[in-house]
Design a protein around this ligand. Structure first.
Ligand SMILES: [Mn+2]
Length: 404
């Protein structure tokens, strides 16, 4: 989490700004962090960074005509130094990836104070603006980034119907079964569709005052957001059902995902992993002669992945249990064979069930950019397969742990 001093610095920066500009990641964590900070003054403009982990000088064109006196960058893993150098106002960059070491930007990353903690950007924003009326946004944003925060009990007290006690036994249940989880999913789906529609929904979202407005559709604005959720969810559910039929004897559950309208890869991979805990999930999308993959498992697989990519046309990396890869079509069969072999070798000796039991206290990265910032080229791939093969994942006992 942020230190009290950092919280104060950021709070003061927003309060003193007449026209802040916010650039946030296009996922629920980035969005909820923005909504929480925006709520402090309800002043300023927001832009989302679309489908890119990096903010670079190309983005300058989008903001040069805007007038702003401070720039807040939220949940963006990387910001090019050139971009920073060309901004004339103070920059406040809050993120929980990396950490990075930028020059000339005020950089806030909970990992710097607490390398083993896991605090999404929304969590930091909640520290800066702990407005009880916005706790539902803080909860939805944290959940979407796979974190059950330390204010979960307070949340349940305030909204007993949105998150029942039985739904907090693990993060997947909280996310996929609870009503507040529906808000998290709705925020994921918010970005699906044409740019114009996305912008419309984002501006409506700013005007929503409580979760019931959406969940019970008590206002036209809530109805508007719900309608999009319901439509998108129908397409999503189709893939959940279809993917579940792809189960074979193999340790891998491979689902080749085809949908011209929506891209659900990352959330789909999370839900399938939660539904099929004894499988390693591999979601693929084929385009331009390449397979783009999202991978999820209950134990570390990133080294098995890197090893399988060695010598092939492709690259991959990310978090230990949630990663991504791109593999050329000609190497696909070879890659799958090798990866499956590695998975079998590195499958934890303790049964997944036991790990699962321990994992219920654990929260960590399952969402966001699959490749994260830790993408490793095939040249720098190390062979750690043997090392990880028998170890079970290290598990901490606190509520919000594991590093991203
Ligand atoms: Mn995040």
């Amino acid at each position: 989490m942020l230190t009290p001093k950092q919280v104060k610095t950021l709070r003061t920066a927003i309060e003193n700004s007449q026209s802040p500009l916010f650039i946030h990641d296009d996922d629920p964590d980035g969005l909820c962090a923005f909504l929480l900070l925006y709520d402090i003054k309800r002043e300023g403009k927001a832009l989302m960074l679309k489908a890119a982990p990096k903010l670079d000088t190309r983005f300058l064109r989008k903001i040069e005509h805007l007038s702003y006196d401070s720039l807040f960058i939220l949940d963006v893993p990387q910001v090019e130094q050139d971009f920073i150098d060309q901004i004339k106002t103070p920059i406040y960059w809050i993120d929980h990836h990396g950490p990075e070491r930028p020059k000339k930007a005020n950089y806030f990353n909970p990992k710097l104070n607490n390398p083993d903690g896991y605090f999404p950007t929304t969590y930091c924003a909640w520290q800066i603006n702990p407005n009880k009326d916005k706790m539902w946004l803080a909860m939805a944003g944290c959940l979407a980034d796979w974190c059950l925060p330390d204010f979960t009990k307070d949340f349940q007290k305030k909204y007993p119907k949105l998150l029942k006690k039985s739904q907090t036994k693990d993060i997947g249940t909280a996310f996929f079964k609870s009503k507040i989880g529906i808000i998290s999913v709705l925020l994921f789906f918010m970005y699906k569709g044409s740019n114009n529609d996305v912008q419309k929904r984002l501006s409506v979202m700013r005007q929503i005052s409580g979760p019931e407005e959406i969940l019970d559709q008590t206002t036209p604005k809530g109805k508007f957001l719900w309608k999009h959720y319901a439509k998108t969810n129908k397409a999503y559910e189709y893939h959940i059902t279809k993917a579940s039929t792809c189960k074979t004897k193999s340790k891998l559950l491979i689902y080749n995902y085809i949908d011209s309208r929506f891209s659900f890869t990352s959330i789909l991979a999370n839900q399938l992993q939660w539904l099929h805990k004894n499988k390693v999930i591999l979601i693929t999308r084929k385009s331009d002669g390449k397979y783009k993959c999202s991978l999820r498992a209950q134990f570390p697989i990133v080294d098995a992945l890197k090893d399988a990519l060695e010598g092939l046309e492709g690259y991959g990396g990310g978090h230990p249990t949630a990663c991504g890869a791109v593999v050329a079509e000609i190497d696909w069969e070879h890659f799958i064979r090798k990866f499956e072999e590695n998975i079998v070798k590195s499958w934890p000796k303790k049964t997944i069930k036991k790990i699962e039991k321990k994992e219920t206290t654990k929260t960590g990265p399952q969402s966001g950019t699959d490749l994260g910032t830790g993408t490793v080229s095939k040249k720098s791939i190390s062979k750690k397969i043997k090392k990880i093969s028998t170890k079970k994942p290290k598990i901490k006992k606190t509520k919000k742990i594991d590093s991203k």
